[in-house]
Ligand binder design. Structure first.
Ligand code: HEC
Ligand code: HEC
Ligand code: HEC
Length: 280
């Protein structure tokens, strides 16, 4: 093959590469599941009932009488969850016992970690930045996974340890533990074209159309979040806390959480959290 001919071939190859369509970026798994969702009549009717009852909640500030119990709001992040198109950042209201804890977790766990758990797919759980220059990208954990079980510390040290500032598991403010599938986040943010379209459609829709939108968006979701044990237990846990950066001490704390133990013991809805019971 002469040199000129070779150069021609290289030129043609470069041209082909330049004009080749980019491989389509993989869609987040949640979006794929929404697109594939088939809604039956019963689900649609139920959705219609919910939509009829649904009221967009606005938080009223600057009341003439300052509210006694003012709920703190979450610091706003650069990236926001798609779910916040309709839900509040602290969305849990129904279950009086669990709601505070579930809302607290929304600070460092993505909605989809608890509410999108398709049975047939194995997902990996990693830190995802919602804020800062990394917003939208996966983050490395605060520390490399290397766990040694610490020996029993003397009780005086233990006593002091409770007053130390707790180091959060999260590698940076606003980061959340989120599900990944094939190395891309499963979830959507509010600023994606899909989210923007849903936002507009929802605004313009009548009740029947809203019922359809609600049903489709929630078909792939789990109404019930995972039990506390699914993350705080030692067996059958869905999160690999070591990969997420937990130190031995943090791991122990998460797996030996007093409040979680309480939730395990008390199942009936009329049982109240009492300090004396909590400390058992
Ligand atoms: C377009 C509006 C909209 C979006 C976006 C949306 N929801 Fe909802 N969601 C609703 C409505 C309406 C209800 C009915 C209850 C109510 O009025 O709050 C609901 C109910 C729920 C429920 C209760 C169970 C059920 O199915 O009725 C859960 C859990 C839930 N949403 C989670 C999510 C999560 C997680 C996301 C993000 C992945 C999300 N929602 C996104 C409108 C929305
Ligand atoms: C740590 C797990 C966890 C996270 C994170 C979480 N949820 Fe939930 N969620 C639950 C559980 C558990 C329930 C069921 C509680 C109950 O029985 O009312 C629930 C119930 C709900 C409901 C039903 C209505 C209500 O008042 O309780 C909605 C709506 C909802 N979640 C939306 C969201 C949205 C939106 C996010 C993200 C901002 C989110 N959740 C994050 C665990 C979680
Ligand atoms: C999806 C996983 C997940 C579920 C489900 C879950 N937790 Fe947690 N929870 C965590 C993680 C991760 C942390 C550690 C956060 C940290 O240390 O920064 C945590 C921390 C906590 C803390 C300590 C918070 C603090 O500031 O010290 C309490 C209390 C707690 N969870 C209670 C509960 C209860 C009660 C339930 C069930 C109703 C529950 N959790 C369900 C993942 C979960």
């Amino acid at each position: 093959m002469n040199k000129k001919y070779k150069l021609h071939l290289v030129f043609i190859a470069i041209c082909l590469l330049m004009f080749m369509p980019y491989p389509a970026a993989a869609k987040p798994l949640y979006q794929t599941h929404v697109a594939q969702a088939k809604i039956n009549d019963k689900t649609l009717q139920k959705s219609l009932k919910q939509v009829k009852k649904h009221k967009a909640i606005t938080i009223i500030d600057n009341l003439s009488v300052p509210p006694f119990h003012k709920r703190v709001t979450l610091p706003e992040t650069k990236k926001q969850s798609f779910c916040l198109v309709c839900h509040l950042p602290l969305p849990h209201r129904n279950d009086e016992r669990r709601r505070t804890f579930m809302n607290m977790h929304s600070r460092y766990i993505a909605c989809e970690t608890c509410h999108f758990r398709p049975e047939t797919t194995t997902m990996a759980y990693r830190w995802l930045a919602y804020d800062g220059i990394d917003a939208g990208n996966a983050l490395s954990p605060r520390r490399a996974a290397k766990v040694t079980i610490d020996s029993n510390s003397p009780s005086a040290r233990k006593h002091k340890a409770q007053f130390k500032k707790r180091v959060p598991l999260s590698p940076q403010p606003g980061a959340r533990i989120a599900p990944f599938y094939k190395n891309i986040p499963v979830l959507l943010f509010k600023d994606t074209p899909f989210s923007q379209k849903i936002k507009k459609d929802w605004k313009d829709a009548n009740e029947n159309q809203r019922a359809e939108i609600k049903a489709k968006l929630h078909a792939p979701l789990n109404k019930e979040g995972p039990t506390c044990k699914k993350c705080h237990g030692k067996d059958e846990t869905m999160l690999d806390l070591e990969i997420l950066g937990a130190s031995a001490a943090q791991l122990k704390k998460i797996q030996n959480n007093t409040i979680v133990r309480f939730f395990d013991r008390f199942k009936k809805t009329d049982e109240r959290i009492r300090i004396n019971k909590l400390l058992q």
